[in-house]
Design a protein around this ligand. Structure first.
Ligand code: SF4
Length: 288
């Protein structure tokens, strides 16, 4: 097969930073070291951390995970945590290490600043994902999660100062549609787009370069928001078929039937070696 490696793709600086910090802490700490949820959303990266003595404890939300931990060191993941979780960890006497991506921290600062100034905030994000949980936790009374157009239609914001902000890994295009409708419903709403540049660059590249391909394989974990948004972007914005795979074994050759050129991209938390294995497999594959 002819393979087009879409660039940029793969690791972002927030993932590299979090993984490096977690490995250093795991290797240099006596006593148990826990990741409070998945450090980044990729099971291969979590397996790597286990080799560096970092035990990942997962659960429905960060406070519930903390309940399972008694003593030792806890690492906050790249997705960030709410003030409530920081306070709970302090009350439990845990040593804490913060691997929150600086781009996520910036969103938390923004939410706190706006809330202190009396704003009500629509936050565009994915329900059940840890990043909205942490960001909204900075001002739960004043931040309102919206994920879909139906949420926007149902949103009831009080009169006064209004703003909209976003999870860092949302689709640029879907977010714009939601923001446009929010502006129609609430003309005074201030827009603070917090989709990070790593996400924007990868989505833009995927859509532009998918035009050169017949089908696109997106390598990444099923829980990775930015990975899933790459699949959506290729399908919805470039109009090309796109398939997410966790690793080379998940590729179905039937997807490539009749294709001359296959594009490959990867989520920001996808292990580079896994993406390279996918590329090698596709290059060695006879046209289907
Ligand atoms: S995708 Fe963006 S926000 Fe998330 S870790 Fe990477 S740089 Fe940070």
């Amino acid at each position: 097969m002819e393979v087009h490696v879409i660039k940029p793709q793969g690791y972002c600086y927030g993932v590299v930073r979090a993984m490096k910090l977690a490995k250093q802490v795991g290797d240099s700490t006596d006593g148990p070291v826990y990741g409070l949820g998945q450090m980044v959303h990729n099971r291969h990266m979590i397996d790597d951390l286990a080799e560096h003595h970092v035990v990942t404890v997962d659960g429905p939300n960060r406070a519930r995970i903390l309940e399972q931990i008694d003593g030792g060191t806890v690492i906050f993941t790249a997705h960030g945590v709410s003030p409530e979780v920081r306070d709970l960890a302090a009350r439990k006497g845990l040593r804490t290490i913060d691997a929150t991506c600086p781009d996520v921290t910036r969103t938390h600062d923004l939410v706190r600043r706006l809330a202190a100034d009396g704003y009500h905030i629509a936050y565009i994000g994915k329900r059940g994902h840890p990043e909205p949980e942490g960001a909204i936790g900075n001002a739960p009374e004043q931040v309102h999660l919206v994920e879909t157009m139906a949420d926007v239609e149902a949103l009831d914001l009080p009169p006064g100062k209004l703003a909209v902000t976003t999870q860092t890994t949302m689709s640029m295009w879907d977010t714009q549609d939601l923001v446009d409708r929010l502006r129609e419903r609430f003309p005074s709403i201030e827009v603070h787009n917090e989709i990070c540049s790593a996400t924007q660059d990868r989505q833009t590249a995927a859509v532009e370069q998918a035009a050169l391909c017949d089908v696109v394989i997106v390598v990444g974990d099923e829980r990775s928001s930015n990975t899933n948004r790459l699949v959506d972007a290729v399908r919805d914005r470039a109009g090309k078929p796109a398939y997410r795979v966790d690793n080379v074994d998940e590729i179905d050759p039937a997807w490539l039937r009749g294709a001359q050129k296959v594009g490959v991209t990867a989520g920001a938390s996808t292990k580079t070696q896994i993406t390279r294995a996918v590329i090698r497999y596709l290059e060695a594959l006879a046209p289907q």
